[in-house]
Write a protein that binds this ligand. Structure first.
Ligand code: 7TS
Length: 420
């Protein structure tokens, strides 16, 4: 890990975090499951949606619903301006230079596939290399495997240690004149590791290699400044960032997006069409074929408004405190092994219990009203590294409480009693 890189900014956190106040913004949290208060610890899969996002989405459906970009009529103009307004919000949120560098996509899976088809298939050739890390989510791994198979290129993997930290010296050794792209996650969804992406970008750029950062788990927790990171692509899933499913962003540097091939062909992405050939629209339209998820992307804009209204440093400090507290309490239980012990982590507490399958842990916790995720978390190589088929994973958001961490611990103890 790079000591000089400050990835976690909790300094400057103002007044103490009023978690009960914040919880009032999330109607879904106020319910019982199996007769117990819902304890929602599956935020890495999808985070919950605050009221202002729900209201913005229903306002669109009630008053503005119409197709964008093509209409001269009133409703179409309103829908277009709300949709493009959301793009402006994204631009400011990640500090992109220009709004046209923010492509609306359904989520990180689509973003990575867009770069694979648009950039990879054009610029990666036989004998070239694409670098991923050992802790990638399948969506930032399988597309690159598909590309390498098609092109006769080679997939190289940055290894990690047993704490779940990437080995940067090994990364340096992988880089060479055949390397065409580096694709790495900001935060691991299976381990919680915060990767030193700024440093990774700097090292790749020394050889002129562009870097794609999978920000699915980064953007919901960390301040993202794409100009400061200097990454070439940054991918976001809206549903992990308090917005509806179907929303998401691929940030790309304009000069790269401009020289890429389109991904999906169809309406809205063209300039002219004849049977002989078509010419393509400028970015971002070139990458937004067809009718997009208008309501969802407007919802993403509202989620950004919501986040901007919070003291994000205090939110992160709260999450970090919660993670440390839960980690300490869960580790103290006999027979538990934490998977992922990086020095810098966000949100994720993954563990296995001796002789008990994680799915059984998840099922018993559900009976207690506690939502966690059990499985390989779409990161099978991570499971292979740690020699486990699956883990149980609790993942926190700023609306979770210490009492919920206590409920998690009590329920895990119950699991051990039942199976032990
Ligand atoms: N990358 C990372 C790091 C992720 O955590 C996920 C989803 C994706 C990419 C894919 O995002 P999508 O929005 O396109 O699906 N991760 C998880 C998870 O951890 N549990 O459910 C989905």
């Amino acid at each position: 890990m790079i000591a000089t890189e400050k990835t976690i900014e909790t300094k400057g956190a103002g007044a103490a975090w009023d978690v009960e106040r914040v919880r009032e913004d999330f109607p879904v949290l106020r319910q019982t499951v199996n007769g117990k208060p819902l304890v929602y610890l599956d935020n890495a899969a999808s985070a919950q949606v605050p009221r202002i996002v729900i209201e913005r989405g229903s306002k669109y459906l009630r008053e503005e619903h119409s197709n964008i970009h093509r209409g001269v009529h009133y409703l179409s103009q309103r829908a277009t301006s709300a949709y493009e307004g959301a793009r402006e919000k994204v631009k400011r949120f990640i500090n992109a230079r220009e709004a046209r560098e923010c492509i609306f996509v359904r989520g990180v899976t689509e973003a990575v596939n867009l770069v694979m088809h648009g950039y990879g298939r054009k610029f990666v050739h036989e004998g070239d290399e694409v670098v991923v890390s050992e802790m990638e989510h399948h969506s930032n791994l399988v597309p690159w495997q598909m590309l390498c198979e098609e092109k006769g290129a080679r997939l190289r993997v940055i290894p990690m240690d047993d704490a779940g930290e990437l080995l940067l010296d090994e990364f340096d050794a992988l880089l060479n004149e055949r390397t065409k792209l580096v694709c790495v996650g900001h935060v691991s969804n299976a381990l919680g590791t915060i990767n030193p992406v700024k440093e990774i970008v700097a090292r790749a750029h020394k050889l002129g290699v562009p870097v794609l950062v999978d920000g699915a788990q980064g953007a919901p927790h960390l301040k993202v400044d794409v100009q400061d990171l200097d990454c070439d692509f940054y991918a976001i899933s809206g549903h992990k960032m308090f917005a509806p499913t179907g929303s998401g962003v691929l940030y790309g540097k304009a000069e790269l997006l401009e020289k890429m091939n389109p991904f999906l062909g169809g309406g809205s992405m063209i300039r002219t069409v004849t049977f002989e050939r078509s010419t393509y629209a400028a970015i971002p339209d070139k990458f937004e074929a067809g009718t997009p998820a208008i309501a969802s992307q407007i919802g993403l804009g509202a989620a950004i408004d919501y986040l901007n209204g919070l003291d994000r440093a205090a939110a992160l400090a709260h999450e970090q405190e919660l993670l440390a507290y839960a980690t300490e309490r869960v580790s103290a239980i006999e027979g538990i092994r934490i998977i992922g012990n990086a020095r810098e982590k966000a949100s994720v507490l993954a563990f296995v219990i001796d002789e008990i399958h994680p799915h059984d842990v998840g099922t018993i916790l559900d009976r207690e009203g506690i939502a966690i995720r059990a499985g390989h978390h779409c990161a099978q190589p991570v499971m292979q590294h740690f020699g486990v088929p699956a883990t149980a994973r609790a993942s926190f958001a700023f609306y979770n409480t210490r009492e919920e961490a206590d409920s998690l611990v009590a329920a895990v103890q119950k699991v051990i009693e039942v199976f032990g």
